[in-house]
Design a protein. Structure first.
Length: 512
């Protein structure tokens, strides 16, 4: 007969099993040894919990109550491997700033394994949990600063409806980590259905490991693109894979451009085969619109500037296509599949801007309307996010300068914006726009709240305790606000304002 356990004598509730209780399913670990190296994370002293996303936790069936348990913090920082996990570091390669680097890999990420959640499978990774065979000159660590940025941006992107890896937790330790200055270590647990990158394919292609290349492509197709298997025999599933990845990547780029997100390091090793935003480093959201904005201080040439992103994605897809040629055996067919990107992006970006403008349909002249507007916003450095929210409030019928002021006042050259507004209103009139309905529609695609650099920086300074005791509450407030970026949230109004002057001095680089 089973006897229920008595409550613990010290009056504490018995620890729930947390990550140990989840349904682990480690498909990536089943791939052969060329794909990865099994290893354990390196421990960190005296870990403390920093942040937890209950939304991400729900995806893997982990209760929010797990966050406060010391046992969870031990796992979150990498001091304990949950039972059922099979930790490993994956190998990959990639084109970094246009140059092929034959050996990269999880230099500071360690895959715990996959967890079957209520609505699908999620792979979990520690980021910053110590050295791996792929660490090269790196220390295998991440600092608290960059971990907070990755955590908040992952969840903010999800709130925006943009495909992304998710972030479950941050755990910190006072263990010193040396960057430009001495900082402290932190570990993020991030989640995605798969962390396979374009560079994962390039690794096997450039080493002539064609059997492994096929295994990887089949792993991706069977687990994530089953419809490509149905495309036929021989080369067809692989061509279908290129087309499917091209379409997802095109949609991702249109999303990024729409919200003014700059990734900063669009190397092929940072391009998800699932079309997700991954590997948050020196990313940034545009404040004032500058088409040539470069968010990564290390990107001297502006290779990954805002305006370049869609073109770079296509270039990166070519690297993927090249890597798949041994499975396809037909260069022209591969190229044709890669060209799917052009139409898919053109369609996605025009749908994106028409939705931002509140237009329900598309006309040939709309591209001109958008381009003129972007030229004006760029020339006058108008705040990207504020502009679109103000535009939603503009009445379709001009009722004089006072009603137009919220938009006009954002521009120095009033004549130029007046001329554009006249054209825009003609277009609205042609589709019998109803103000309130259009405003509601526009506010569902034009966020009010984005993770501006200075907002993340404020949360980081408080978390580090730069000017007082260490305080993680700002991370929690931002997380809460950014879950619903399209809603008016009057208590968070301060997060929707223009950046302060000091924001201009913030520099982000690859070193994090
Ligand atoms: P990234 O462009 O930041 O995604 O990183 C490029 C490569 O450098 C990847 O293989 C990373 O795993 C590796 N890397 C970055 N930072 C570190 C670090 N601190 N320690 C070890 N490897 C790192
Ligand atoms: Mg990376």
């Amino acid at each position: 007969m089973n006897h229920p356990l008595p409550p613990p004598a010290d009056g504490l509730t018995a620890p729930t099993a947390g990550l140990d209780a989840l349904r682990w399913s480690n498909a990536f670990a089943r791939l052969p040894e060329h794909f990865h190296t099994r290893l354990e994370p390196t421990t960190l002293p005296d870990p403390y919990p920093v942040a937890f996303s209950s939304d991400a936790a729900a995806l893997i069936g982990l209760p929010a109550s797990a966050a406060t348990q010391p046992a969870f913090t031990e796992v979150a920082v990498g001091n304990r491997v949950p039972s059922g996990a099979e930790p490993l570091a994956a190998v990959y390669a990639g084109h970094q700033f246009g140059v092929y680097v034959p050996q990269l890999g999880d230099g500071r990420a360690i895959l715990l394994g996959g967890v079957q959640g209520p609505a699908g499978l999620w792979e979990l990774q520690w980021k910053g949990a110590g050295k791996t065979p792929y660490s090269r000159m790196g220390d295998g660590r991440a600092v608290l600063r960059s971990s907070i940025r990755e955590f908040l941006c992952s969840e903010a992107m999800h709130g925006l409806g943009i495909p992304t890896s998710r972030a479950l937790s941050i755990a910190g330790s006072d263990y010193p980590v040396f960057r430009e200055t001495t900082e402290t270590a932190a570990v993020v647990i991030r989640m995605a259905p798969s962390f396979v990158r374009f560079g994962s394919f390039e690794f096997f292609y450039w080493r002539n490991l064609h059997d492994e290349l096929r295994l990887l492509a089949d792993h991706v197709i069977d687990n994530f693109y089953p419809e490509c298997r149905a495309a036929g025999d021989g080369a067809r599933p692989y061509l279908a894979l290129i087309e499917a990845v091209a379409r997802r990547t095109a949609r991702l780029m249109a999303h990024w451009q729409g919200v003014g997100f700059c990734h900063g390091v669009m190397n092929t090793d940072n391009m998800s085969i699932l079309g997700l935003t991954i590997d948050y480093g020196p990313f940034g959201f545009l404040d004032a619109f500058d088409a040539n904005h470069i968010c990564n201080h290390s990107d001297d040439q502006g290779r990954y500037s805002y305006a370049q992103q869609p073109g770079v994605a296509h270039w990166n897809l070519y690297c993927l296509g090249q890597a798949l040629i041994p499975l396809i055996g037909d260069v022209e067919a591969t190229q044709a599949a890669l060209e799917t990107y052009k139409d898919a992006f053109a369609q996605a970006i025009s749908a994106q801007f028409n939705a931002k403008l509140g237009l329900r349909d598309t006309h040939d002249a709309d591209t001109g309307l958008t381009e003129t507007l972007l030229g004006l916003l760029d020339a006058q450095r108008v705040d990207w996010t504020i502009f679109w929210r103000q535009l939603a409030r503009l009445p379709a019928q001009s009722q004089g300068p006072a009603t137009d002021a919220p938009v006009r006042d954002l521009f120095v050259d009033r004549d130029a914006i007046d001329a554009w507004l006249r054209d825009y209103r003609k277009r609205l009139a042609a589709q019998s726009s109803v103000d309130a309905e259009r405003a509601a529609r526009m506010n569902r695609v034009n966020p009010k709240y984005i993770l501006r650099n200075h907002l993340a920086e404020t949360a980081i300074r408080q978390a580090r305790g730069d000017d007082g005791p260490r305080d993680f509450a700002e991370i929690e407030r931002l997380l809460d606000c950014l879950r619903r970026p399209y809603d008016e949230q009057p208590h968070y109004e301060a997060y929707a304002g223009l950046p302060p002057d000091w924001a201009g001095a913030l520099h982000l680089s690859c070193s994090s």
